[in-house]
Write a protein that binds this ligand. Structure first.
Ligand code: XBP
Ligand code: MG
Length: 232
């Protein structure tokens, strides 16, 4: 194994419940909109990857027409992104327990770190910089470079291309079914570390499924890669 590609939301960081959801509600309030995303129902909205795509799907469900959404969603999402950056800067978004120890374990062995996320670069870079150190990860592929979002494999294919490695030398760490499908469609073995929002996701084809990073080390990832069936 020569590299590990990490997902961000729900994987490196616990960013959905206390991050994107909270920032979205603050943006709704600022815009004088009556919508609020509660903790439970937000889990269903996560089936749609991409913040703008998720807003469109939700507002369409609330009966808002296409033209009104096309005008409102980019402004609402831009404000949500600013508010999310402020939550990160205020320390309200934290790494999942055990992630930092795993990153150190991987780096000590000279194995490379990369990122492939659906999220927007405008918040991804400051978050990685504040919590981990941005230059530990190369490449960092975001929704800006891969607009067709997971479960489409393009983010992982771009990360693999940036690493210049063969799929058999790389393992992915994800938190969700959409991420698992994207990694496998890119021909990559995928370890899934579920969270409260993804524990019930269908995860067939995962090389390994666990519910915490605590105790997840390099040797476990290497074993998962060596036993993985990457045939899609
Ligand atoms: C999960 C996503 C993202 C975030 C919101 O990303 O679906 O869209 O929820 O970020 P990941 P944006 O692939 O890291 O799990 O609002 O910037 O899209
Ligand atoms: Mg995720």
């Amino acid at each position: 194994m020569q590299a590990v590609i990490f997902d961000v939301d729900g994987t490196l960081v616990d960013s959905e419940k206390d991050g994107h959801r909270v920032a979205s509600n603050l943006a709704f309030e600022e815009f004088g909109l009556p919508y609020r995303w509660d903790v439970g129902p937000y889990g269903n909205l996560l089936e749609t990857t991409g913040g703008q795509q998720r807003l469109h799907r939700y507002l369409e469900g609330e009966g808002m027409g296409q033209s009104e959404r096309d005008e409102l969603v980019p402004r609402l999402h831009a404000r949500k992104t600013e508010l999310f950056r402020e939550l990160v800067a205020a320390g309200r978004v934290a790494p999942r327990p055990g992630v930092e120890a795993l990153l150190d374990d991987i780096e000590r062995a000279g194995v490379r770190l990369a990122v492939a996320t659906t999220g927007s670069r405008a918040w991804v870079e400051p978050l990685l910089q504040r919590l981990f150190g941005l230059d530990r990860f190369f490449p960092v592929i975001t929704g800006d470079e891969a607009p067709v979002r997971k479960p489409d494999p393009s983010a992982y294919l771009q990360a693999l291309d940036g690493l210049g490695l063969a799929p058999s030398d790389v393992v992915v760490v994800e938190d969700s079914a959409n991420g698992l499908v994207a990694a496998r469609a890119a021909g990559l073995a995928c370890v899934v570390v579920v969270n409260d929002y993804t524990a019930d996701h269908p995860l067939d084809g995962a090389a390994l499924v666990v519910d915490t990073f605590e105790g997840l080390d390099l040797a476990t990832l290497e074993h998962a890669l060596s036993t993985a069936d990457t045939d899609v």
